[in-house]
Design a protein around this ligand. Sequence first.
Ligand SMILES: NC(=O)c1ccc[n+]([C@@H]2O[C@H](COP(=O)([O-])OP(=O)(O)OC[C@H]3O[C@@H](n4cnc5c(N)ncnc54)[C@H](OP(=O)(O)O)[C@@H]3O)[C@@H](O)[C@H]2O)c1
Length: 220
Amino acid sequence: MSGRRALVTGANRGIGLAIARGLAAKGCHVIVGARDSEAADKIARDLGAEAVELDVASNGSIKRAVGEIGHVDILVNNAGVLGSGHLLDDPEDFEQSMSVMVHGPYMLMHLLSPSMVRNRYGRIVNVSSGWGAFSDGVSGPAAYGVAKAALNALTVASARTLPENVKVNAMCPGWVRTRMGGAAATRSPEEGADTAIWLATLDQDGPTGGFFRDRKRIDW
Ligand SMILES: NC(=O)c1ccc[n+]([C@@H]2O[C@H](COP(=O)([O-])OP(=O)(O)OC[C@H]3O[C@@H](n4cnc5c(N)ncnc54)[C@H](OP(=O)(O)O)[C@@H]3O)[C@@H](O)[C@H]2O)c1
């Protein structure tokens, strides 16, 4: 993995930070993406990484960040938001959820995958959730489950259009002790990050177009 360039979105805290730390420990050149540039800088200094200001809900921010970063070998679409309440009551939450968890990942894949294809190497990890699984009733609150289901669909459909050496997979971290998961959650951020780090560093014979938890396939 040494020297692979890896962008992690929402890497300033929670699971994203644990993924960034884990990839740095594996020798990747990590790029800490965060909308708070001071937080990104501080974490990047701690990890010996690079920082980029990146708000995945903003096309302008995504384009600026990609212009700054250039090529990456690994993209981890981790940034997420969890609304509350009822799906059909809150159009603003719907728009925000789709921006952060579907449109942002799509734009990053759109802009960053061509150089992966040219280099014949790429690993894209979409941090999803069991709450976005049809097999589990798309059960997340507000727009969360719908956005994660769409992120899963983006994973399946883009894996079909990308060559086998550019792998794109989705994963569920389980219930993790972060600001989103809360203090009662059963897993540490490191445990939640493990499958994402594994998918980000897959060998060339590793899977693509799959959905994983604990390094095992789960149903969409
Ligand atoms: N925790 C769980 O139990 C659990 C379970 C299943 C799936 N997940 C998924 O795991 C991922 C990480 O969640 P977490 O538990 O670590 O949540 P978290 O602690 O709430 O962290 C969310 C991260 O996403 C970032 N973010 C939100 N909106 C953003 C935007 N517009 N642009 C860039 N970054 C943005 C946040 O940045 P700010 O600090 O700027 O807000 C923060 O870094 C999410 O995709 C989540 O859906 C979590």
